[in-house]
Design a protein around this ligand. Sequence first.
Ligand SMILES: [Zn+2]
Length: 488
Amino acid sequence: MIKRFFHYFNWVSKQAHCLAKHLIGSVVLIGCFCSFPGFGQQAEFPDTAILIENVNIFDGKKDAIKANYHVLIVNQLIKKISDKKIPYQGDALKINGQGFTLMPGLIESHGHLAIVDSLPNLKHHYDWVDIGVRQAAMAKSWLLDGFTTIRDVGGPTMGLKRSIDAGIVPGPRIYPSGAFISQTSGHGDMRERSDRHPYLDGAIDETMQRLGYYYIADGVPQVLAATRNNLRNGATQIKIMAGGGNGSEFDPIDSLQFRPEEIKAIVNAAKDWDTYVTAHVFYPDQINRFIDAGGMSIEHAPAIDELTMKKVVNKGVFVAMQMNGLSKELRDSPFNPPYAKAGIIEIQNDSKNFVKLVKKYRPKMVFATDALGDIDTQMKQRRFELYERARIFGNFETLKSATSVGGELMQLTNRRNPYKLGKLGVVEEGAYADLLIVAGNPLADISLLGANKQWHDAQPPESIDTIKVIIKDGQIIKSRLRNGHAND
Ligand SMILES: [Zn+2]
C-alpha cells in the first residue's frame, strides 16, 4: 500500500512539474502573440533530458545483450545510444544503471482494460463511473508491471486513452478498438436469453451494450455504421467477432460469424481510414474467411491448420494467441462459467498442433494475454502468460513478441497511429523512450519481469522489485536507482 502510494506520489510530482513547465510555456507563448503581430514566433522550451549510464541493452529484436552502454533521452525519444560516455550540457537527470539491463517497455496486444470484473458483475453492479474509475486503476497497474503500450481489443477505453495522453491519470499508451462488432448471436452479443434485440425489438436495455462494450450489426449498412462509429469515437483499429467463443452463451464455438461481404465492407471502411481490422477466430474456416477478406490480425486462432498457417505467414498476418488459453490451469479453473466448460475442453482438444505449427512456420506472434477481470486477476493472468509462453517458446521469443513484434503490429494503424514520432518496442535511436531497467538479464531469467508459474493460486500480487526503472514517453514512472544530474 505504501509502495503504491509512493508510485503515485512520484507520478503526481512529475505531473506537477510538467504542468508548471507547460503553464510557463503558455504564458511565454501568449506574451509573444501579444507583442508581435507577425505570429509564427516559436517559444523556446527547454528540453527534458535523461542520461542513463552503465547499462546492458536488450534491444527487443536480437537474442543478445550489448554490454556497457549509455543512452540519452531527450523529451519523448531516444536521442543517442553509445558505448562511450555521452556528454550532455543541458539540465539532464542522470541515472546510474549499475550494469542492469535496459530494454523496451512491454507491449500487450490483446487487452481489455474496461472489462474490470466478471461479466455477470459488470452487468449487475456497475455504472459508467465505476467502470471509468476502475479502468484508470487497471491502466496504472499494467504500467507498473512494465507495460507501456496496450492494444485494447474491445470495450469503452477511448476516454481512458485520452485521459492518459493528457497526463490526467498514469497508464500505458492505448490503441483502442472501441465496441466489439458482432453479428446477432455472435461472440460479442452479450444479451441474456430474454433481453430485447436492439433492432428487431427496438430497445437497447442490455447494460453492456448501453455502456459501449459492443454493437450488434447485421448486413452491410449496419456493419459499416458500427465501424464508422468506432472510428468516429477514436478507435485506432477495428475488432470484430468472426467466430464462436467460450465466454458467450448463444453461439457454438465452431460457428462462422459474419458473411464474407460483411467482413469485406468492414475491412474496406477501416482501409478508408488507413487502418486495419482484427478478428476473434478459433478455427481454420473462420480464419480463412477473415483473412481472405483482408483481415491483418487474428486473435486466438488456436485450432489453425497447416495450410491456413502458411497463408497467415505469406500475407504477413499477425497472430495474437494466449498460451494461458491452452493451459491446464484454464481448463481446471474454478472461475469458468458453467456454460463455458465444454467449449474450453473442445477447443483445447482441437488445438493440439498450434505450438508445433508456430515453431515450424514462425508467424508474427505478439504477446497477448486476453486478461479479464479485476486488477489482481488481470495481474495474475499476465504474469502467468509470461511464464507459460517462455516455457513453451523460450524467453527470447516471448520478449520479442512483447516488444518489437508488438511495436510492428501497432504500426498497422498508419495515419490513425496516435504515436507517430518514433517506433515502439525497440531500443534504438529515434524510438520512443518507453523503457525498463531490470536488475539482471531477462533473456536468461524471465521471472525478473514478474513471470509466475502460479495463476489462480498465486498469492496477492506485489509490485515487481526487479523492475528498477520504468520510463514512458521520456517520463520517469518509477525509479529505484540512484539519480543525479548530468553535470554533477
Ligand atoms: Zn479478448
